[in-house]
Write a protein that binds this ligand. Structure first.
Ligand SMILES: Cc1ncc(COP(=O)(O)O)c(C=O)c1O
Length: 366
Protein backbone atom coordinates (compact mmCIF):
# COMPACT_ATOMS: atom_id res chain seq x y z
CA UNK A 1 0.00 0.00 0.00
CA UNK A 2 1.42 3.35 -0.92
CA UNK A 3 -0.39 5.87 1.22
CA UNK A 4 0.75 9.48 1.36
CA UNK A 5 0.08 10.59 4.93
CA UNK A 6 1.31 14.13 4.46
CA UNK A 7 -0.83 17.20 3.96
CA UNK A 8 1.16 18.87 1.20
CA UNK A 9 0.01 22.35 2.05
CA UNK A 10 1.56 21.82 5.51
CA UNK A 11 4.68 20.07 4.26
CA UNK A 12 5.34 22.87 1.75
CA UNK A 13 4.31 25.68 4.11
CA UNK A 14 6.46 28.70 4.59
CA UNK A 15 7.48 29.54 8.14
CA UNK A 16 7.24 33.11 9.31
CA UNK A 17 10.70 34.64 9.72
CA UNK A 18 10.46 37.32 12.37
CA UNK A 19 13.10 40.01 12.88
CA UNK A 20 16.46 38.86 14.24
CA UNK A 21 17.38 39.39 17.89
CA UNK A 22 20.32 41.58 18.90
CA UNK A 23 22.19 38.43 19.93
CA UNK A 24 21.83 36.89 16.48
CA UNK A 25 23.02 40.07 14.75
CA UNK A 26 25.85 40.70 17.23
CA UNK A 27 27.69 37.58 15.98
CA UNK A 28 28.32 39.33 12.66
CA UNK A 29 28.25 42.91 13.95
CA UNK A 30 29.92 43.16 17.35
CA UNK A 31 29.63 46.49 19.15
CA UNK A 32 26.70 48.52 20.38
CA UNK A 33 23.50 47.97 18.43
CA UNK A 34 20.24 49.91 18.47
CA UNK A 35 17.38 47.62 17.53
CA UNK A 36 14.82 49.50 15.46
CA UNK A 37 13.72 46.45 13.51
CA UNK A 38 10.91 44.77 15.48
CA UNK A 39 8.55 47.55 16.62
CA UNK A 40 9.36 46.93 20.26
CA UNK A 41 9.05 49.54 22.98
CA UNK A 42 12.48 51.15 23.34
CA UNK A 43 11.44 52.66 26.67
CA UNK A 44 11.36 49.17 28.15
CA UNK A 45 8.47 47.37 29.84
CA UNK A 46 5.66 48.60 32.02
CA UNK A 47 7.24 49.00 35.50
CA UNK A 48 4.02 47.73 37.09
CA UNK A 49 4.29 44.56 35.01
CA UNK A 50 7.94 44.10 35.95
CA UNK A 51 7.10 44.41 39.63
CA UNK A 52 4.26 41.89 39.36
CA UNK A 53 6.51 39.48 37.45
CA UNK A 54 9.29 39.84 40.06
CA UNK A 55 6.81 39.02 42.82
CA UNK A 56 5.67 35.94 40.89
CA UNK A 57 9.19 34.49 40.59
CA UNK A 58 9.07 32.90 44.04
CA UNK A 59 6.03 30.77 43.17
CA UNK A 60 7.03 29.30 39.81
CA UNK A 61 6.78 25.82 41.34
CA UNK A 62 3.00 26.29 41.41
CA UNK A 63 0.69 25.84 38.41
CA UNK A 64 -0.91 29.01 37.09
CA UNK A 65 -4.67 29.58 37.13
CA UNK A 66 -6.37 26.96 34.95
CA UNK A 67 -8.21 29.72 33.14
CA UNK A 68 -7.09 33.36 32.99
CA UNK A 69 -10.28 34.61 34.66
CA UNK A 70 -8.37 37.26 36.60
CA UNK A 71 -7.16 38.73 33.31
CA UNK A 72 -10.71 38.68 31.90
CA UNK A 73 -11.80 40.67 34.99
CA UNK A 74 -8.97 43.14 34.39
CA UNK A 75 -9.87 43.50 30.69
CA UNK A 76 -13.51 44.09 31.59
CA UNK A 77 -12.41 46.92 33.91
CA UNK A 78 -9.93 48.24 31.32
CA UNK A 79 -12.72 48.70 28.78
CA UNK A 80 -14.86 50.51 31.39
CA UNK A 81 -17.16 47.51 31.84
CA UNK A 82 -18.46 47.93 28.27
CA UNK A 83 -17.32 44.54 26.91
CA UNK A 84 -18.59 41.56 28.94
CA UNK A 85 -15.90 39.15 30.13
CA UNK A 86 -17.32 36.36 27.98
CA UNK A 87 -16.44 38.34 24.85
CA UNK A 88 -12.66 38.15 25.45
CA UNK A 89 -10.27 35.32 24.60
CA UNK A 90 -6.66 35.43 25.76
CA UNK A 91 -3.73 33.81 23.94
CA UNK A 92 0.04 33.51 24.08
CA UNK A 93 0.61 36.61 21.91
CA UNK A 94 -1.27 38.42 19.17
CA UNK A 95 0.21 35.92 16.72
CA UNK A 96 -1.36 33.02 18.59
CA UNK A 97 -4.68 34.85 18.62
CA UNK A 98 -4.46 35.23 14.83
CA UNK A 99 -3.65 31.54 14.46
CA UNK A 100 -6.57 30.65 16.74
CA UNK A 101 -8.98 32.66 14.58
CA UNK A 102 -7.65 30.96 11.45
CA UNK A 103 -7.94 27.50 13.02
CA UNK A 104 -11.47 28.32 14.09
CA UNK A 105 -12.75 29.60 10.75
CA UNK A 106 -10.56 28.31 7.92
CA UNK A 107 -9.50 24.98 6.47
CA UNK A 108 -9.31 23.16 3.16
CA UNK A 109 -11.74 24.61 0.63
CA UNK A 110 -12.28 27.84 2.58
CA UNK A 111 -10.98 31.32 1.86
CA UNK A 112 -9.80 34.50 3.51
CA UNK A 113 -9.05 37.92 2.08
CA UNK A 114 -5.95 39.93 2.99
CA UNK A 115 -4.49 43.17 1.68
CA UNK A 116 -0.74 43.30 1.26
CA UNK A 117 1.62 44.87 2.19
CA UNK A 118 0.64 43.65 5.63
CA UNK A 119 1.53 41.32 8.50
CA UNK A 120 2.43 38.08 6.75
CA UNK A 121 1.26 35.52 9.35
CA UNK A 122 -2.35 35.99 8.13
CA UNK A 123 -1.25 34.47 4.82
CA UNK A 124 1.23 31.95 6.18
CA UNK A 125 -1.03 30.54 8.92
CA UNK A 126 -4.01 30.31 6.55
CA UNK A 127 -2.07 28.44 3.89
CA UNK A 128 -0.71 26.08 6.55
CA UNK A 129 -4.16 24.69 7.17
CA UNK A 130 -5.03 24.39 3.50
CA UNK A 131 -7.11 27.53 3.08
CA UNK A 132 -6.96 29.74 0.01
CA UNK A 133 -5.66 33.26 0.56
CA UNK A 134 -7.03 35.94 -1.74
CA UNK A 135 -4.81 39.01 -1.79
CA UNK A 136 -6.44 42.29 -2.71
CA UNK A 137 -3.39 44.57 -2.43
CA UNK A 138 -3.61 48.02 -0.88
CA UNK A 139 -3.51 50.73 -3.52
CA UNK A 140 -0.05 51.53 -4.82
CA UNK A 141 1.76 54.46 -3.18
CA UNK A 142 -1.09 55.55 -0.87
CA UNK A 143 -1.74 52.11 0.66
CA UNK A 144 -5.53 52.56 0.83
CA UNK A 145 -7.89 49.62 1.21
CA UNK A 146 -9.48 48.58 -2.10
CA UNK A 147 -12.93 47.99 -0.66
CA UNK A 148 -14.66 47.52 -4.00
CA UNK A 149 -12.20 44.80 -5.06
CA UNK A 150 -12.51 43.09 -1.65
CA UNK A 151 -16.28 42.97 -1.99
CA UNK A 152 -15.98 41.56 -5.51
CA UNK A 153 -13.57 38.87 -4.28
CA UNK A 154 -16.04 37.49 -1.73
CA UNK A 155 -17.35 33.99 -2.54
CA UNK A 156 -19.51 31.55 -0.61
CA UNK A 157 -16.24 30.07 0.68
CA UNK A 158 -14.97 33.32 2.22
CA UNK A 159 -14.95 33.22 6.00
CA UNK A 160 -12.49 35.91 7.12
CA UNK A 161 -11.37 39.34 5.94
CA UNK A 162 -8.19 40.63 7.61
CA UNK A 163 -7.63 44.34 8.02
CA UNK A 164 -4.84 45.90 10.05
CA UNK A 165 -5.36 49.21 11.74
CA UNK A 166 -2.82 50.81 11.95
CA UNK A 167 -1.16 48.61 9.36
CA UNK A 168 2.26 46.98 9.60
CA UNK A 169 4.54 47.74 7.73
CA UNK A 170 2.98 50.81 6.05
CA UNK A 171 1.92 52.65 9.23
CA UNK A 172 -1.22 53.78 7.40
CA UNK A 173 -4.65 53.57 9.05
CA UNK A 174 -8.22 52.87 8.00
CA UNK A 175 -10.63 55.71 8.67
CA UNK A 176 -14.02 55.18 10.30
CA UNK A 177 -15.68 55.79 6.92
CA UNK A 178 -13.57 53.13 5.22
CA UNK A 179 -14.32 50.53 7.86
CA UNK A 180 -18.01 51.39 7.99
CA UNK A 181 -18.24 51.07 4.22
CA UNK A 182 -16.58 47.63 4.28
CA UNK A 183 -18.67 46.34 7.19
CA UNK A 184 -21.92 47.60 5.69
CA UNK A 185 -21.36 45.84 2.37
CA UNK A 186 -19.89 42.50 3.40
CA UNK A 187 -22.24 39.54 3.88
CA UNK A 188 -23.06 39.36 7.59
CA UNK A 189 -21.64 35.88 8.17
CA UNK A 190 -18.11 36.99 7.23
CA UNK A 191 -15.93 37.78 10.21
CA UNK A 192 -13.78 40.88 9.84
CA UNK A 193 -10.56 40.53 11.81
CA UNK A 194 -9.31 43.97 12.81
CA UNK A 195 -5.72 43.67 13.96
CA UNK A 196 -5.18 46.66 16.21
CA UNK A 197 -1.96 45.78 18.01
CA UNK A 198 -0.64 49.32 17.32
CA UNK A 199 -3.89 51.05 18.36
CA UNK A 200 -2.31 53.10 21.18
CA UNK A 201 -0.17 55.03 18.69
CA UNK A 202 -3.05 56.18 16.46
CA UNK A 203 -3.70 59.87 17.05
CA UNK A 204 -5.92 60.88 14.13
CA UNK A 205 -9.51 61.80 14.87
CA UNK A 206 -11.19 59.43 12.45
CA UNK A 207 -9.54 56.34 13.94
CA UNK A 208 -11.64 54.00 16.07
CA UNK A 209 -10.76 50.88 18.00
CA UNK A 210 -12.66 47.72 17.03
CA UNK A 211 -14.91 47.74 20.10
CA UNK A 212 -16.74 50.68 18.52
CA UNK A 213 -17.80 48.40 15.65
CA UNK A 214 -18.43 45.53 18.02
CA UNK A 215 -20.84 47.62 20.08
CA UNK A 216 -22.74 48.52 16.90
CA UNK A 217 -23.36 44.81 16.34
CA UNK A 218 -20.87 44.18 13.51
CA UNK A 219 -19.21 40.79 13.27
CA UNK A 220 -15.66 41.95 14.01
CA UNK A 221 -12.81 40.51 16.06
CA UNK A 222 -10.36 42.99 17.62
CA UNK A 223 -6.84 41.53 17.88
CA UNK A 224 -4.62 42.97 20.59
CA UNK A 225 -1.15 42.36 21.99
CA UNK A 226 0.93 43.31 25.00
CA UNK A 227 4.08 43.27 22.82
CA UNK A 228 3.98 46.84 21.57
CA UNK A 229 2.90 49.75 23.80
CA UNK A 230 3.17 47.70 27.02
CA UNK A 231 6.71 46.65 26.13
CA UNK A 232 6.09 42.96 26.90
CA UNK A 233 7.08 41.32 23.60
CA UNK A 234 9.26 38.81 25.44
CA UNK A 235 6.37 37.69 27.64
CA UNK A 236 4.11 36.57 24.72
CA UNK A 237 0.58 37.59 25.56
CA UNK A 238 -2.36 38.93 23.57
CA UNK A 239 -6.15 38.86 23.45
CA UNK A 240 -9.16 39.26 21.23
CA UNK A 241 -12.66 40.51 21.73
CA UNK A 242 -15.62 39.55 19.57
CA UNK A 243 -19.38 39.02 19.51
CA UNK A 244 -20.48 36.53 22.24
CA UNK A 245 -21.00 33.56 19.92
CA UNK A 246 -17.67 34.13 18.15
CA UNK A 247 -15.74 34.49 21.43
CA UNK A 248 -17.40 31.40 22.88
CA UNK A 249 -16.57 29.46 19.73
CA UNK A 250 -12.92 30.50 19.69
CA UNK A 251 -12.53 29.94 23.44
CA UNK A 252 -12.86 26.20 22.74
CA UNK A 253 -9.39 26.35 21.20
CA UNK A 254 -7.79 27.49 24.46
CA UNK A 255 -5.84 24.86 26.42
CA UNK A 256 -6.13 24.75 30.23
CA UNK A 257 -3.10 26.26 32.03
CA UNK A 258 -1.87 27.70 28.73
CA UNK A 259 -0.88 31.04 30.22
CA UNK A 260 2.18 31.19 32.46
CA UNK A 261 1.79 32.84 35.85
CA UNK A 262 4.37 35.42 34.73
CA UNK A 263 2.29 36.39 31.69
CA UNK A 264 -0.95 36.43 33.63
CA UNK A 265 0.29 38.61 36.48
CA UNK A 266 2.40 40.79 34.19
CA UNK A 267 -0.50 41.52 31.83
CA UNK A 268 -2.96 42.27 34.63
CA UNK A 269 -0.52 44.79 36.16
CA UNK A 270 0.32 46.30 32.76
CA UNK A 271 -3.34 47.07 32.02
CA UNK A 272 -3.43 49.50 34.93
CA UNK A 273 -0.16 51.22 33.95
CA UNK A 274 -1.67 54.23 32.23
CA UNK A 275 1.30 56.49 32.92
CA UNK A 276 3.73 54.12 31.17
CA UNK A 277 1.45 53.95 28.14
CA UNK A 278 1.13 57.74 28.06
CA UNK A 279 4.91 58.17 28.29
CA UNK A 280 5.40 55.62 25.50
CA UNK A 281 2.83 57.21 23.22
CA UNK A 282 4.26 60.71 23.82
CA UNK A 283 7.73 59.49 22.89
CA UNK A 284 6.51 57.77 19.75
CA UNK A 285 4.39 60.69 18.59
CA UNK A 286 7.16 63.27 19.08
CA UNK A 287 9.77 60.87 17.65
CA UNK A 288 7.64 60.30 14.53
CA UNK A 289 7.29 64.04 13.91
CA UNK A 290 11.00 64.67 14.34
CA UNK A 291 11.90 61.81 12.05
CA UNK A 292 9.60 63.21 9.32
CA UNK A 293 11.51 66.52 9.49
CA UNK A 294 14.85 64.75 9.04
CA UNK A 295 13.51 62.52 6.26
CA UNK A 296 12.17 65.60 4.46
CA UNK A 297 15.54 67.30 4.78
CA UNK A 298 17.34 64.22 3.48
CA UNK A 299 14.84 63.82 0.63
CA UNK A 300 13.95 60.26 1.64
CA UNK A 301 10.52 58.94 0.62
CA UNK A 302 8.38 57.92 3.61
CA UNK A 303 4.78 57.41 4.66
CA UNK A 304 3.18 59.17 7.63
CA UNK A 305 2.55 56.59 10.31
CA UNK A 306 0.00 55.91 13.01
CA UNK A 307 2.20 53.17 14.45
CA UNK A 308 5.44 53.15 16.49
CA UNK A 309 7.42 52.87 13.26
CA UNK A 310 7.88 54.62 9.93
CA UNK A 311 8.12 53.05 6.47
CA UNK A 312 10.75 54.56 4.18
CA UNK A 313 11.90 53.85 0.63
CA UNK A 314 15.60 54.60 0.35
CA UNK A 315 17.16 55.12 -3.03
CA UNK A 316 19.37 52.11 -2.47
CA UNK A 317 18.75 48.38 -2.59
CA UNK A 318 16.88 47.55 0.62
CA UNK A 319 19.15 44.65 1.64
CA UNK A 320 22.29 46.69 1.01
CA UNK A 321 20.73 49.52 3.02
CA UNK A 322 20.07 47.13 5.92
CA UNK A 323 23.74 46.05 5.93
CA UNK A 324 25.00 49.65 5.68
CA UNK A 325 22.81 50.65 8.63
CA UNK A 326 24.16 47.70 10.63
CA UNK A 327 27.67 49.01 10.06
CA UNK A 328 26.41 52.21 11.72
CA UNK A 329 25.05 50.18 14.66
CA UNK A 330 21.36 50.37 13.69
CA UNK A 331 19.09 47.40 13.04
CA UNK A 332 16.24 48.19 10.61
CA UNK A 333 13.80 45.88 8.82
CA UNK A 334 13.57 45.40 5.06
CA UNK A 335 9.91 44.60 4.38
CA UNK A 336 9.90 43.50 0.76
CA UNK A 337 8.63 40.13 1.99
CA UNK A 338 5.58 41.90 3.51
CA UNK A 339 4.76 43.13 0.01
CA UNK A 340 6.44 46.54 0.33
CA UNK A 341 9.13 46.19 -2.34
CA UNK A 342 12.34 48.09 -1.67
CA UNK A 343 10.99 49.53 1.58
CA UNK A 344 12.44 49.59 5.09
CA UNK A 345 10.54 49.79 8.36
CA UNK A 346 12.13 51.71 11.21
CA UNK A 347 10.88 51.62 14.81
CA UNK A 348 10.74 54.91 16.73
CA UNK A 349 13.06 54.84 19.73
CA UNK A 350 14.07 57.20 22.54
CA UNK A 351 15.59 60.57 21.52
CA UNK A 352 19.09 59.11 21.92
CA UNK A 353 18.26 56.25 19.53
CA UNK A 354 16.55 58.58 17.09
CA UNK A 355 19.64 60.85 17.04
CA UNK A 356 21.82 57.86 16.27
CA UNK A 357 19.36 56.81 13.56
CA UNK A 358 19.46 60.21 11.88
CA UNK A 359 23.29 60.25 11.96
CA UNK A 360 23.30 56.79 10.39
CA UNK A 361 20.78 57.82 7.71
CA UNK A 362 22.97 60.81 6.86
CA UNK A 363 26.08 58.62 6.67
CA UNK A 364 24.41 55.98 4.49
CA UNK A 365 22.19 58.13 2.25
CA UNK A 366 23.24 61.74 2.84
C1 LIG B 1 0.11 43.84 12.79
C2 LIG B 1 0.63 42.87 13.80
N1 LIG B 1 -0.23 42.00 14.34
C3 LIG B 1 0.16 41.12 15.26
C4 LIG B 1 1.46 41.08 15.68
C5 LIG B 1 1.85 40.02 16.66
O1 LIG B 1 2.33 40.49 17.85
P1 LIG B 1 2.70 39.48 19.01
O2 LIG B 1 2.68 38.11 18.46
O3 LIG B 1 4.07 39.89 19.46
O4 LIG B 1 1.68 39.69 20.06
C6 LIG B 1 2.41 41.96 15.15
C7 LIG B 1 3.81 41.92 15.55
O5 LIG B 1 4.68 42.54 15.04
C8 LIG B 1 1.97 42.88 14.17
O6 LIG B 1 2.81 43.76 13.62
Amino acid sequence: MNIDIYKHYLEDAETYKGGKTKLEIAKEHPGELVKLSSNENLLGSSPKAIEAIAQTLSSLNEYPDGSPDRLYDALYEFYDCTIPKAQFVVGNSGSEIIEMIIRGYLGEGLECIVSTPTFMPYLIFSKKIGAKVVDIPLTEDTFDLNTEAILSAVTDKTRLVFITNPNNPTGTYLSDNTIQDLLDHLPKHIVVVIDEVYRQFATVEDYSESHVWLSKGYNVIGVNSFSKAYGLAGLRIGYLYAQPRVANYLSKLVRPFFLSMLSLNGAIAALSDTSFIQQTVDLVVSGRELLYEHLDRLGITYWKSQGNFVLIKPEMNDLVFEQEMLKQGIMVRPVGNFGAKGCIRITIGLPVHNDKLVKALKAVLG
